[in-house]
Design a protein around this ligand. Structure first.
Ligand code: FMN
Length: 192
């Protein structure tokens, strides 16, 4: 893969919140974790643990604890039929749940899995807004808590990148056709 192809991969690795009926098996979800396994982490401590959720009943249970697209105030998340077919829940030891280095680890692991999913033509949504019922729902091993949920599935919506406009600023927005628009600042706006 050359630099341009990598830039294209990153550009197409968008947040998807509506999914197709393509099944995502636990083998694929585990392959995403296998990529995250190789990601950098502070002091190479490797404290993250991962729960793969691929069974329909468990997916339905996890879904009930998630909050989707805070900026879409009149949308409660994907309807039945457009919900994710799998999740990877990134977990931390409870005493490190707010540790900045470990939360950086979580972000790096999440982006690594998102890119791995994108390379397979799948869509993802990182979800940090979940309720307190998620941890007991997952029946995690003692001392582990969920830090971030990665929802995974076939892409079921159109997502486009664009620059900020005067109407939407940096807020993502959905047009009348259902296309999800994601404004990103230009390179020259970021360089300091
Ligand atoms: C740390 C983090 C937490 C996020 N939490 C949520 C969430 O709880 N619910 C949600 O629908 N999207 C969530 N997102 C997705 C962001 O809204 C999304 O990344 C942003 O709108 C930019 O879109 P893009 O990923 O396509 O660049 C989260 C993203 C990140 C990086």
């Amino acid at each position: 893969m050359n630099g341009m192809q990598f830039q294209d991969l990153v550009a197409s690795s968008r947040t998807y919140r509506r999914f197709s009926d393509q099944r995502v098996g636990e083998t694929v979800l585990s392959a995403l974790v296998d990529a995250a396994r190789l990601a950098p982490c502070g002091n190479n401590m490797q404290l993250l643990r991962f729960r793969v959720v691929g069974e329909k009943d468990e997916c339905d249970a996890v879904f009930g604890h998630l909050r989707w697209a805070a900026l879409y105030r009149d949308w409660d998340g994907p309807e039945p039929g457009e919900r994710p077919h799998g999740y990877v829940v990134i977990c931390l030891p409870s005493e490190l749940a707010d540790n900045p280095i470990r939360l950086i680890d979580v972000g790096i692991a999440a982006q690594t899995m998102a890119l791995a999913a994108c390379a397979r033509g799948l869509g993802c949504c990182m979800i940090r807004s979940f309720d307190a019922g998620l941890a007991p729902e997952l029946a995690l091993p003692e001392g582990l808590v969920p830090a971030l949920v990665l929802a995974v599935g076939g892409r079921g919506e159109r997502v486009v990148l664009e620059g900020p406009d005067t109407e939407h600023g940096l807020s993502y927005w959905r047009d009348a056709d259902g296309t999800h628009h994601v404004p990103k600042l230009a390179l020259e706006d970021l360089l300091v």
